[in-house]
Design a protein around this ligand. Sequence first.
Ligand code: MG
Ligand code: MG
Length: 261
Amino acid sequence: MIACRSAADIARMRAANQLVSQVLEALERAVVPGMTTGDLDEMAERLVRDAGAVPAFKGYRGFPATLCTSVNAEVVHGIPSRVRPLVDGDIVSIDIGAKLDGFYGDSAVTVPVGTVPARTQELLRVTRESLEKAIAQVKVGGRVSDIGHAVQQWVEAHGFSVVREFVGHGIGQQLHEEPQIPNYGTPGRGARLAEGMVLAIEPMVAMGRPDVKVLRDGWTAVTKDGSLAAHFEHTVAVGADGPLVLTAREVPVSAGAAAGR
Ligand code: MG
Ligand code: MG
């Protein structure tokens, strides 16, 4: 059973998701060589709690931090480190969840640390674009598998591969709700999308082979071949007229005016 939310609940979900989006934007701007992912985690927890929200991952099945931070060959669920500094040329995926006013927000980006090679930039770009292609499939009457199909088509057309072991998910009063949303597959399958459903869509893409393993910490998933991996995530509601990206970066009116728009 996939929940369909009222307009009032979607508004509350937008608030939770705007919070995670704003925190993510602040973290993304803070990333510099020499800092640790533990520094990012500390910043994230402070920003979430100052906003009156609660970190969603901290304590989830024993996870120890506010963020999942996954560096280079780490795909998802990396544990922030206070000892390993980020270095120029790394990529770091930052995934954040928070609960505000009874509802969850969830979003992720992968960002370069300093300067990264062109093929790495392409991995980030193609993964982000695959999320955009996926979001375009979010419409009343569409099917869940249309989302993963769009991701897979775009990723494989650019010579990268889709990680199979982890999936997107419904989200609402729980962090993970039905349905599961794989990032690959045949279109036209699975549940039919209806107005008010809210989905966390999160392609995970490897530069090399898609196979992953979980490290002995019980959390960190890495590519078996050691190739780089990227991860982007938006939380999206099915609106009457198409997708409502609840984690979209909303440009403040003053900033838009200052830029002459
Ligand atoms: Mg997430
Ligand atoms: Mg998620």
